[in-house]
Write a protein that binds this ligand. Sequence first.
Ligand code: 5AD
Ligand code: SF4
Length: 444
Amino acid sequence: MAKQFYIKTFGCQMNVYDSSRIADMLQQKGYTPTVHQNQADLVIFNTCHIREKAAEKLFSDLGRAHLIQLEREEHGLKTIIGVVGCVVQAEDEQIIKRAPFVNFAVGPLMYHKIGQIIDDIEQKSDRQNFIYTDFPAVSKFDFLPENKAQGACSYLAIQEGCNNFCTYCVVPYTRGVEYSRPINDVITEAKRLLATGTLEINLLGQNVNSYHGEDSNGKERNLAYLINKIAELDGIKRLRYTTSYPADMNDDLISCHHNIDILMPYLHLPIQSGSDKILKAMNRRHNSADYLRIVEKLYAANPTVRMSSDFIVGFPGETDADFQATLDIVNRVKYIQAFSFKYSRRPGTPAATMENQVEEKIKKERLDVLQTLLFDYQTKFNKSCIGRTMPVLFEQTGRHKGQLIGRTPYMQNLHITTKRDNMNKIIDVVVTEATTNSLSGKEL
Ligand code: 5AD
Ligand code: SF4
């Protein structure tokens, strides 16, 4: 029987994308995927280091994986356990110290090595840990197998790493400096996704709008150029890009929201805090007025555009007045979705050693207040959709018979019950009900 692999993914969409590329590579090696960890000959955890909680989850999962490994061993079955992703880049030695049964640990820029590592482990009988955490001169994208559509919506990584060095963030240390894939590589991958069933492409990057890939003449091109090229491809119905950095929202890109109708009217543009003092301490290259100007320009380019954001509460030095400024910006922009977090001290980042850390209790109180306000705007927006007709791309079956779940242009989940075969299609739906987290509707 073919060997089986199981991958558990933590964290961001970049990790989801990476896991699917690793899965492609393993399938090329003859492994088949399984959702049952205890049947897997190879177990991989793709990890996130962005907040402390995310990193800690790994160790409880590894404990469980070890028990399964021992149990399988009693039945003469070998289990290879690998850890990949950002925790490896930051804590490779600690992983092996705390979990010596881990066979390999590979950082986010070295995934093209996994195939070779597995061959080596399979051939050796003695225990050995393989650790790969270089920042290589070559791009992993050139060595991973071709990306095929996973469904009607596909991610396409166009950029990786970050040069912004926000003082709270581990990404520049775990994913390295910014790298943009060449235009032709991205177009080739986009064509392949479209040829294998994709209707919607979501261009991914930690700092996607600072994209500056080379064209075939070696000239650097920006994200607006790339979006225009992809929008011309046969079969593309929807296009998105995430995550954008406010200071890199240039006029070319903003005008795409006017000129390109398949570009969805929903933009994830994290502000993090509404306080200029805190934004400065975070080393963000924008203040709240810059941010509001960008939002105004986006509305002018396309009045149907709506925004989402990330927020951090309780950054070192945040006072009640600073926190109020965050609430004020939420009241101005009226985000239709948002992610909000308590500041988490990450070793090695400048903010971790700032003196004026905020008490946990205050962080929690502020998060509660912020989330109540954010959910309120999200619910209001969802309810405002009742009675509207929206094009919905259906990509999942629901729990009940005939139930399908799809996405509206604004990334809302929408459920319908239908007898028709609407899977992987964009269908006009009248919205009939709305809650904070989802919509229901009926086909026209
Ligand atoms: N603590 C809390 N939230 C963080 N983020 C990044 N680093 C931290 C941290 N140390 C949040 C930011 C970012 C999102 C992906 O995670 O809001 O936009
Ligand atoms: Fe982290 Fe800031 Fe870069 Fe975003 S822009 S990945 S928050 S350093």
